[in-house]
Design a protein around this ligand. Structure first.
Ligand code: ZN
Length: 165
């Protein structure tokens, strides 16, 4: 083998390994960045939930808890939001795009509180009502279960129940 062809094969071997190395770095890079990503429209409401939780002694770290929020079309018209809990992937709060677009600010807060009640607090549904028929919890299973409207007046009491029940 002449010196020239030896050098050529050495260079092409080095290029081959360099190519492999770059490939591996890109794969590692991707798996790192797809951890948690929440839709920008939902993020302010995730932030409100976090600050309300922190007022009540919770550390709400969506990155550490691996919880993300996404706006998607949910086919069933009666379902406004869902929480998917998954061992290996981030937990997902899915909010129906059309419901979100038509919801008031307090309705948006409610649906995020409810779904993060499942996804962050691991709460199940609670359909109990008080003697006036009002829901005792944000975690009621459906709008027909008991009377519920989130207002500036009852918001704190419902959040206390949500975090501290
Ligand atoms: Zn629910």
């Amino acid at each position: 083998m002449s010196t020239k062809s030896f050098q050529f094969s050495l260079v092409s071997t080095m290029k081959y390994y360099l190519g492999l190395l770059i490939g591996i770095v890109i794969i590692l890079g991707c798996s790192k960045t797809d951890i948690v990503e929440t839709d920008v429209e939902l993020q302010p409401y995730f932030d409100i939930f976090a600050s309300e939780g922190e007022k009540r002694g919770f550390i709400v770290d969506y990155e550490a808890e691996r919880i993300e929020g996404l706006l998607q079309d949910i086919l069933s018209s009666s379902v406004q939001g869902q929480c998917f809990r998954n061992e290996s992937k981030p937990k997902k709060v899915i909010i129906d795009t059309e419901y979100w677009a038509n919801a008031t600010d307090l309705e948006r807060e409610f649906i995020i509180y409810h779904e993060l009640g499942h996804c962050f607090l691991n709460r199940d549904h609670l359909d109990s009502s008080d003697n006036k028929g009002n829901c005792v919890s944000i975690m009621h299973s459906n709008p027909g279960a008991c009377n519920f409207i989130l207002t500036p007046d009852n918001r704190d009491a419902y959040l206390d129940e949500l975090f501290l029940q």
